[in-house]
Design a protein around this ligand. Sequence first.
Ligand code: AMP
Ligand code: MG
Length: 346
Amino acid sequence: MKRLLCLLLALCMVLSLTACGGEQPESVQLFAMDTVMDLTAYGENAAAALTDASREINRLERLLSRTIDTSEISQINAGGAVTVSEETASLLAQAQTYTAATDGAFDITIAPLVSLWGITTDSPYVPTQQEIDALLPLVGAEHLHLSGDTATLDDGCAIDLGGIAKGYTSDCVEAVFRENKIESGKISLGGNVFVLGGKPDGADWRVGIRDPQDENALAAVLTLRDAYAITSGGYERYFTENGNTYHHIIDPSTGYPADSGLLSVTVVAEANGPDFSGPGNGTMCDAFSTALFVMGEERALEFWQTGGYDFDLVLVTADGRVIITDGLSDRFEVVKDSGYTYETVS
Ligand code: AMP
Ligand code: MG
């Protein structure tokens, strides 16, 4: 009898494990687009969703990377009129829209200057003013001509989607998760986070905002569901020479790494939702996090108030403040003893 009871109990445990199999997370880590990516999904299709998402990320890297010779972006950079996929054409058009919206602070034609500084290469370099001045005229949305599915660059110009590709990729992963009927998941593509639904226990996802001055510390925590939270920061890629630090976000108006008084910008917006394809809020958050980092606190907040786009912000300033826009006030936790002061703006 006792043995039968044990057997029954064991059977129940197996059944309940299977029953809550949907609650077990599947996770995968991959290196793509020059960064570490972590993907987690819950639910019975979680494994399939992660396989599809990884494949999608690799497909997008092959399409959009300018360091892969066969990508459509490399073909455009090689010169001449290039016929591109509808997907690339619409992403480029969206990038142009964000360039116009941010008064040129976000600009994919920044590529010649990114190459000159070599910040993402093994041999970064501080260029002379003369070298910078020689390339500045090549930067500007007017140098990229889009007509239907044909893209053409003016001579000497090049494009770099580094400031937008991971955000667009997160839009595509949202779509892949939804196709696989995932209701709970979280991805982090470098500093780009997307959360789908809430956690399986119903709680919000906790998304840490890194302390730009300490890689092991957080400056704040956001509690989010169905949202993008995309961060740009000088700490992500930089080099030091003669005591000066040079990071990877270039101010298109000067040709130098942006020196706007901000250490990081996080842009938060809601998920795209079902039946959505194409550049969405992930792309927007990525473009704006780069742009607002260039703009600095005052212009960034003005853009938030008047720019006509729906998003919220967390700014970390060099003088030790964390500024939160009021849409996040009930989704925000301060970090005790972080050394920062916290301000909410409306
Ligand atoms: P993010 O981390 O999204 O801010 O993107 C930074 C990357 O975008 C850099 O590594 C460059 O490849 C590229 N980039 C740098 N400055 C700009 C800019 N002002 N506008 C658009 N892309 C930029
Ligand atoms: Mg960006």
